[in-house]
Write a protein that binds this ligand. Structure first.
Ligand code: TXE
Length: 480
């Protein structure tokens, strides 16, 4: 059984309190490693190491800093198979998905920001003939990066890559449910020659280690991705300390299918948008609104394709849906299916836990499609974050937009139509940080990423992330 260790000041250490908790393989329901139950003392040690490392790291020539991050990216690619298997075992996702999405994206994050920082520049403003203004951008200092369990290494690196590239030093905490790839990543950082203290990884529970990161007065900024309830708590703790905050929170994303869409593409992509990663992606399209004339045909084909998907051993290449991340999350998802029944929903397919002969204790759920619910019921308002979607008919463009905007969330949306004017019209009216037209999860890392309303505060991606991890200072020079 592996004991995961904290990575502080370039070395691997047990938590000061010597306590560990169990890490469960969700496909087997069995403990397979142990995680440090770190507390504020471990966080304090990590912050101290990060403070000591900050002057040299922030002053290092930018090309040299970039080269180190590029080296880490190369090592991730070298270990693609090992990391993919580790991610799959820890999270429950199909290894095939980790191989083509999670792990390649982790190295892409590092490469993107390592090269981005070289091109990062600031503005100058000539003020008539009076003065010249320029903007200096300096790294904010020691920052905290807290990431969730659905895309573990993918989102961990999405935060630490821009932070490190910008010249910050980092105290990071992966989710306690999926700490393994962050632990393996710490070894790659050391192998690449990242100086001690530049990146520190403290493992542990959100309420203890995570909270200690947010409360630590020497951490200047927090980048967090996770649930909206946790985001609220973090904001309440950090705001009185005037920390910079970037919060990427939940979603309840609408998928609007108009009758004039490319039918084949709309169904196929909507199925992927619903169930990729067991529906455990904040960008998954979980509320599918279909224009009434197309509704029955769409529903029939959607259900047919859903039933074709194999729920199975995450290590098998045939598997489309693996296990949910934890027993607690499995119960949450099943309770929402029960709620949908109580609210009068009709289950068109799925709805039950799956007991695999080879994995009788795994946390598997059938991909579930529900219809007959109003867009205002709890099932259609609250984030389920599992393989559960609803189909709802609509009669007009106005109705579709109103229903799409009717939740407290505003992360992402998809619109299916071949009508160019409608595509632009609807995209303009939807209240969300991203609108995909005739596609889903087509990501360009330069674009601003984040949510409106309760889906978050701030944007990451591209220059936005580098701006977040730097402070802008205006220097004004009088010319006369
Ligand atoms: O996530 P948490 P949970 C949604 C999804 C899910 C729900 C709850 O609906 O069912 O959130 O998931 C750390 N101070 N998303 O509770 O707690 C925690 O240790 C500082 C959407 O498992 O938000 C972990 O590292 N940190 C989401 C991270 O926060 C704290 C992805 C996220 O965990 C903390 C995940 C605290 N007080 C869940 N409490 C998305 N947007 O993609 C917890 N943490």
């Amino acid at each position: 059984m592996t004991d995961i260790l904290n990575y502080i000041n370039g070395g691997w250490v047990a938590p000061i309190g010597r306590k560990f908790f169990d890490n469960v393989d969700p496909a087997r329901g069995e403990v397979y490693s142990r995680v440090p139950d770190s507390d504020e003392r471990d966080v304090a040690a990590a912050v101290q190491a990060a403070q000591v490392a900050f002057p040299a790291w922030s002053a290092m020539p930018v090309q040299q800093r970039a080269n180190l991050l590029l080296k880490v990216a190369d090592l991730i690619d070298r270990d693609l198979e090992l990391l993919s298997r580790a991610e799959s075992q820890d999270q429950g996702k199909p290894v095939k998905l980790a191989r083509v999405m999670d792990i390649p994206r982790a190295s892409a994050n590092l490469r993107f920001f390592a090269t981005g920082i070289i091109h990062f520049s600031s503005e100058a403003h000539a003020t008539d003939n009076e003065a010249i203004n320029y903007t200096l951008r300096t790294p904010v200092g020691v920052v905290g990066c807290i990431s969730p369990w659905n895309l573990p290494l993918y989102l961990f690196t999405w935060k630490i890559a821009p932070a490190l590239a910008a010249g910050c030093t980092v105290v990071a905490k992966p989710s306690e449910l999926t700490p393994m790839t962050a632990y393996l990543f710490s070894k790659l950082c050391a192998e690449a020659g990242l100086p001690p203290g530049v990146l520190n990884i403290v493992h542990g529970m959100g309420s203890r280690a995570g909270q200690a990161i947010v409360e630590n007065p020497d951490i200047a900024a927090i980048s967090f991705t996770g649930g909206t309830v946790t985001g609220k708590k973090i904001a309440a703790t950090a705001a009185p300390m005037f920390k910079k905050l970037s919060l990427e929170l939940g979603g309840k994303n609408p998928n609007l299918v108009f009758a004039d869409c490319d039918f084949e593409m709309a169904v196929k992509t909507s199925v992927a948008a619903a169930f990729t990663n067991q529906g455990e992606i904040c960008l998954c399209g979980s509320r599918i609104f279909v224009e009434r004339p197309l509704f029955d045909r769409f529903a029939a084909e959607f259900v047919r394709q859903t039933q074709e998907m194999v729920v199975g051993d995450p290590m098998s290449n045939q598997t489309r849906l693996g296990a949910l991340v934890s027993e607690g999350h499995l119960e949450k998802v099943l309770s929402y299916i029960e709620l949908a029944r109580q609210e009068g929903g009709k289950i068109l397919t799925g709805g039950k836990r799956v007991k695999l002969a080879t994995h009788p204790n795994g946390f598997f759920v059938e991909p579930t499609v529900i219809t007959g619910l109003s867009h205002t019921c709890r099932t259609n308002q609250e984030e389920i974050f599992g393989p559960v979607v609803t189909l709802v008919p609509f009669d007009s463009e106005e109705d579709a937009v109103e229903m799409a905007n009717s939740t407290p969330y505003g992360l992402a949306a998809t619109v299916w139509t071949e009508n160019l004017k409608r595509a632009h019209r609807v995209a303009g009216q939807i209240k969300s940080g991203i609108v995909w037209v005739n596609c889903w999860l087509l990501r360009d890392l330069r674009t601003p990423f984040g949510g409106m309303k309760q889906s978050g505060v701030g944007r990451e991606g591209g220059w936005e992330a580098l701006r977040f991890f730097t402070e802008a200072k205006n220097v004004c020079i009088k010319l006369k």
